[in-house]
Design a binder for this molecule. Structure first.
Ligand SMILES: Nc1ncnc2c1ncn2[C@@H]1O[C@H](COP(=O)(O)OP(=O)(O)OP(=O)(O)O)[C@@H](O)[C@H]1O
Ligand SMILES: [Mg+2]
Length: 443
């Protein structure tokens, strides 16, 4: 096989008849075709022949499509890979797109769809890499609750106070910690994150405070700890829920006196760092049960901030969903434009036990699964699809969200309508109309 200026497509499929059919159609459309019968041959072929595009079956002997995509990506970052999959293995197809395929196509193949998708893949390859439009530190706050939280966070950021972030898993504690650090006077200084739940006792202490050579088996060289690295900056103690009491005592001293020793060391080291801590555990209960030191709790929670679960601030869902649609479209080189209304209704109605993280995953999956411009109801997972979006009373979900936003705003402004309207970003007259419509009384 020698390559010329022609466009070469590598077809990987174990089914002979299917390969013949593809070859005939692709050659008819003006492409040159090379064939292999399994994934490992496909990988070898990419390495030696550099095809312009890879069209591979999902299920093959020796090496399946997913593994093949991963292996191909290791040797060639750019070659477009298109997966052929049967409906029953669609979830696997999603995995292959996450692994680096640019799209998948359903079997039985529709030739015009296949040729179009191949064309898109080849075009994408010649596009220059575009810079991401979305900064990684973007955040969404539409609900009054989240607006209040970010407003408070901005004020607190300027102080040196320790902040304790609580909230269920996936609510955005780390997002908020990043925000506070960025808005603080220490923003240009080190920002050191420690996941306290990932390590236990000795390893955690060594991570936090460092160790001298020979401090314990495996301590083959001296190592600086996170408190030392965070000096003059900020330390983020994530998932502080369950730590040994002894470790807690050392942390307290490091925060209160700004001093500690490395494990196995005698020299006292000084550190000046601001602390932000986070947990999804009920720390007050842990204090009551004697599992968390009360003094450390008070030292950490000078400013406590609780991020409500997503189901308590449904007004954020549409904005978050659209934000994730854009973000994941860009990442997966798709061009999704909107979320169909019936899909959005379900998203707003669903309870999101995994909070914003679950919403993000759900939208990523939908972006990958959707074939047109829209995220449709069909592309949502079954449990969400089945969520009843028939609300109590006559209001639809969006209206319910709006009603609850108005109530919250009025409550937080002591019933002052001008203030509440300002907070909601609508004028006073609109607020009055909406209050009437939603049957909200003046007091
Ligand atoms: N307000 C927001 N705007 C945009 N993205 C958000 C927002 N809140 C959360 N996310 C996204 O949701 C995901 C989960 O957020 P994050 O990691 O901050 O949650 P967490 O509370 O720290 O969760 P865990 O307790 O599981 O560690 C991340 O991908 C994050 O970028
Ligand atoms: Mg987190």
């Amino acid at each position: 096989m020698t390559k010329t200026h022609e466009t070469w497509i590598l077809v990987a499929d174990d089914d002979r008849a299917h390969r013949d059919m593809l070859r005939a159609n692709l050659e008819h459309a003006g492409y040159s075709v090379m064939e292999v019968t399994n994934g490992s041959e496909a990988v070898k072929c990419v390495k030696t022949q550099h095809p312009d595009l890879v069209l591979t079956d999902m299920r093959m002997p020796e090496m399946d499509g997913l593994t093949a995509v991963r292996e191909i990506r290791k040797i060639d970052e750019r070659v477009p890979i298109l997966i052929m999959t049967a409906y029953g293995t669609i979830e696997n197809a999603v995995q292959t797109v996450k692994a680096g395929a640019y799209d998948y196509i359903l079997k039985p193949l529709d030739m015009s769809v296949l040729l179009n998708t191949i064309k898109t893949g080849l075009e994408k390859r010649s596009e220059p890499e575009t810079q991401s439009k979305l900064a990684s530190d973007d955040y969404i706050a539409e609900s009054p609750a989240m607006k209040d939280i970010f407003a408070l966070a901005e004020k607190v950021a300027r102080s040196e106070a320790s902040v304790l972030l609580t909230g269920e898993s996936g609510t955005g504690k780390e997002v908020l910690a990043n925000f506070i650090q960025q808005k603080s006077a220490r923003s240009g200084k080190p920002f050191v994150k420690v996941n306290c739940a990932a390590l236990h006792d000795q390893l955690l202490e060594s991570e936090l405070f460092g160790h001298e050579k020979g401090a314990f088996t495996g301590a083959v060289a001296q190592r600086k700890g996170r408190f030392e690295l965070a000096d003059t900056g900020t330390i983020f103690l994530d998932e502080i829920g369950d730590m040994a009491l002894e470790t807690q005592a050392k942390i307290l001293r490091a925060l209160q006196q700004g001093t500690f020793e490395r494990l196995g060391g005698t020299q006292t080291i000084k550190t000046d760092c601001r602390v932000i801590a986070a947990t999804n555990k009920d720390l007050e209960a842990a204090v009551a049960a004697g599992r968390f030191r009360e003094d450390l709790y008070y030292r950490l929670s000078v400013v406590p901030m609780r991020i409500p679960p997503l189901r308590e601030r449904r007004e954020d869902i549409p904005a978050l969903a659209n934000y994730f649609m854009e973000k994941h479209s860009e990442k997966n080189r798709k061009h999704m434009k909107r979320i169909a209304q019936e899909a959005m209704d379900r998203l707003v109605a669903y309870d999101w036990p995994g909070n914003v993280r679950e919403l993000s995953n759900c939208i990523e999956r939908a972006v990958i699964l959707s074939l047109g411009d829209d995220i449709t109801l069909e592309s949502l997972p079954n449990n969400i699809k089945k969520t009843s979006s028939a609300p109590e009373g006559d209001l639809n979900i969006m209206e319910q969200a709006e009603r609850s936003a108005i109530l919250t705003a009025l409550r937080s402004c002591g019933g002052n309508k001008s203030l509440a309207a300002e907070k909601l970003g609508i004028n006073r007259k609109t607020l009055a109309t909406k209050m009437q419509r939603y049957n909200i009384s003046e007091e």
